[in-house]
Design a protein around this ligand. Structure first.
Ligand code: AKB
Length: 314
């Protein structure tokens, strides 16, 4: 049985990943860590530990004491906050990953999975069906750290045979834990405002396309890649795609269920970040190598989001 440690376990993806891994491998085999205060769900389990990823000694202690063989490294600063605090984003994203890889190497951890992002692409990458291999010239610090992170993970695989794996996530839409500090967070805000019957002012222009994915598909992707037979993998980092959506398309989908919902548009500094990213992603390598397929389309996701968010406010 795997012994798993998750960093950033209180974040948007981390919190749902912990739930899913605990269902699969047993709650006692998944150690959740973060610097944030844990949710009631995490608090109720004794598998939560305070951990700052900048503290390599504490990470090493936990890995040894808990006999960890797999690390899901989810702790990161996202694009919008990263542009406000580029030096902090560099430190947390780069030093944090380096600590995870070094502790893994020194303490005999078998596998490290850390997400990358569509933010690795910059304005010179093809906008539609952006392939895995194309120029990586991001214009955000977040993107810079994700490109360097991908290369670092590949280096540890080639030099030390540490089993590193990564997916480039698009914007993730979810109902459980709010996202924090990303450019694509507006998509979640749209749903939250709609179920509260409040209008929303989006900071991204109505017709800017971006790649998105519903959380159950994101969890499926990262767990499926972690479990894939190594002999099937032709690379360490994979594009994954689900939906190409503009804010206006998400609003129209919400209005099919909540017709009174209204959205206004006042693009701010995040518009420039969104415009530097692709519209849609070519994920044929993931589909071929480990059978990746998303389950949700726009209206399927909207139905589920509205149902779950409505239940949570009752
Ligand atoms: C962000 O907006 O920064 C993230 C991402 C696309 O990686 N959601």
């Amino acid at each position: 049985m795997k012994r798993i440690l998750v960093t950033g376990a209180c974040g948007q993806i981390g919190s749902e990943l912990v739930k899913s891994l605990r269902q699969k491998y047993g709650p006692e085999n998944v150690v959740a860590t973060d610097i944030k205060k844990p949710s009631a769900f995490l608090k109720a389990t004794d598998g939560f530990h305070y951990l700052d990823v900048l503290d390599a000694d504490e990470l090493a202690r936990l890995v040894v004491e808990e006999d960890i063989d797999t690390i899901f490294h989810m702790a990161a600063i996202l694009s919008a906050v990263g542009e406000q605090h580029p030096q902090m984003a560099y430190r947390i994203n780069m030093e944090g990953l380096m600590h995870v890889l070094e502790v893994a190497r020194q303490k005999g951890v078998r596998q490290v999975i850390a997400p990358s992002s569509i933010a690795v692409f910059g304005p010179d990458a093809p906008k539609e069906n952006t392939p895995d291999d194309t120029p990586l010239n991001p214009t955000t610090m977040y993107g810079v750290t994700k490109v360097a992170g991908e290369k670092l993970m590949q280096y540890y695989y080639l030099k030390y045979r540490l089993d590193t794996r990564s997916v480039r996530f698009p914007g993730i839409i979810s109902s459980e834990t709010a996202p924090g500090g990303g450019t694509t967070d507006f998509a979640v805000d749209l749903y939250v405002h709609a179920v509260h019957h409040q209008p929303y002012t989006a900071y991204i222009d109505a017709h800017t396309p971006l790649p998105f994915m519903y959380m159950p598909d994101a969890i499926k992707a990262i767990v499926q890649l972690a479990e894939a037979d190594d002999s099937c993998l032709t690379r360490r980092v994979y594009n994954v795609h689900a939906m190409r959506l503009t804010p206006a398309e998400i609003v129209a989908s919400i209005q099919r269920y909540i017709p009174s919902f209204e959205c206004y548009y006042e693009p701010d500094h995040r518009q420039q970040i969104a415009e530097s990213w692709p519209h849609s992603i070519d994920d044929r390598n993931a589909r071929r190598d480990w059978n990746w397929r998303p389950d949700y389309d726009l209206d399927g996701m909207t139905r589920d989001m509205i149902e779950k968010l409505s239940q949570s406010i009752q």
